[in-house]
Design a protein around this ligand. Sequence first.
Ligand code: UDP
Ligand code: XDX
Length: 301
Amino acid sequence: MRVSHIRTARWCDWTLEELLAAKGATRVSLVVPARNEAGTVGDVVGRVRDRLVDTVSLVDEIVVIDSDSTDATYEVAASAGAVVHRAAEIRPDLGAHPGKGEAMWKSLFVATGDLIVFMDADLTDWDTHFVPGLLGPLLTWPEVQLVKGFYERPGEQGPLDGGRVTELVARPLLALHYPRLADVVQPLAGEWAVRRSWFSTLSVPTGYGVDVAALIDTLALHDEKGIAQVDLGTRSHGHQALLDLGAMAVQVAAAILRRTTMDAGVTGDDAGVLLRQFRQGLVPSDRVVPVLERPGAENYL
Ligand SMILES: O=c1ccn([C@@H]2O[C@H](COP(=O)(O)OP(=O)(O)O)[C@@H](O)[C@H]2O)c(=O)[nH]1
Ligand SMILES: O=C(O)[C@@H](COP(=O)(O)O)O[C@H]1O[C@H](CO)[C@@H](O)[C@H](O)[C@H]1O
């Protein structure tokens, strides 16, 4: 049963020449949120700079938002040619929170693009065609506000489908509450692109709920026609431990449920969900998982 139709393309549906012609005076920012990614962020920045900034002018700036790193992420990204900002130092009057979504929200105060392409910093198997692929629909289909990437995920035991949180949390909750998004192949993909004018109106979860929240909010206001997805080929990334993915799952579930009538039950600046996990049998290990959301950045621009 086909429950929805999300317009789907392949990254190679547009040539670079076509995209450059469609781009005209539109500004494009690549934004990379990065927390302790000194091992991979230099490659992400360096290759995009080499292929899409220095050689052709598809990307106008590469902005790395250093999200409270304790390693050399800042220095590595800067020497690879990115404009680097520490999330906590952007608009200090607005406070600072940990998390990927916070880094992406704060990027709106420093990135200058009309179009923003987000890419994770922990990519290991990827290529620079991700960026033109994600820009294709935004540059050529005016009704599209948000473009989601999808890909095959090669694994040691053959291709993996979605990641663990994708398959066990996001997809089941979307099937229950947002069946119109069932066609979205990778709802949590960190590689997506959006019009600044739209993203800056959105409430943004500070943690890992950011990606799915933007998808749901785009559907709510713009219907399926506001969303496109692009096949980017193959992609591999670093993996977190299962217990850490438990915290990601809380944030993804909170972002989805908050958008239904079933609020996750937490509000306010110190909002957090107590997650009790068990290590070595019966040893409880508690953590408070932040599920805070930032109001649309346009309120502060
Ligand atoms: O507090 C955080 C956590 C993650 N990230 C970045 O968000 C992206 C995706 O996060 P992560 O790699 O932790 O997720 P995974 O890919 O392991 O599921 C990466 O570029 C991280 O460096 C971030 O900027 N701040
Ligand atoms: O899909 C998921 O369950 C998680 C974790 O994936 P893995 O089980 O480690 O491959 O990955 C998602 O979230 C990440 C953080 O935002 C993104 O980087 C991935 O693209 C996304 O698939």
